[in-house]
Write a new protein. Structure first.
Length: 118
């Protein structure tokens, strides 16, 4: 029964994700042409599982707009439901300069939800 709760939770999170943003230590980046990436959870996200966890991952490449000015350095991706920041996922630090474009390859964004909590 507990696995059904976690599976329902994973499906609920997946279906309510609406956007991704780039953050540096909890502060969202800004700059010329910066915008969050809108997500269609029914076509761009999936829930899979193994013996221990449920995983929410992207099923398509996701791309931010090309920077028309420096955005700064990011080390987190923010997961949004509407305008509400739900949580931050730590990623390797990267600096975005003018003309750079940030891509998230298919399957590279992964949120893990344990099947059991001890």
């Amino acid at each position: 029964m507990a696995n059904n709760i976690q599976q329902n939770f994973a499906n609920h999170i997946k279906s309510n994700i609406t956007a991704l943003g780039l953050f540096n230590n909890g502060t969202e980046l800004s700059g010329s042409n910066y915008a969050r990436v809108n997500i269609n959870p029914s076509t761009q996200l999936q829930v899979t599982s193994d013996a221990n966890n449920y995983y929410i991952s992207n099923t398509a490449n996701l791309s931010f707009a090309q920077a028309t000015g420096d955005w700064g350095t990011f080390n987190q991706v923010g997961i949004f439901a509407g305008s509400t920041l739900w949580f931050l996922v730590d990623v390797p630090s990267r600096t975005v300069r003018q003309y750079d474009q940030v891509f998230i390859d298919t399957g590279a964004l992964q949120i893990t939800i344990p099947k059991s909590v001890t």
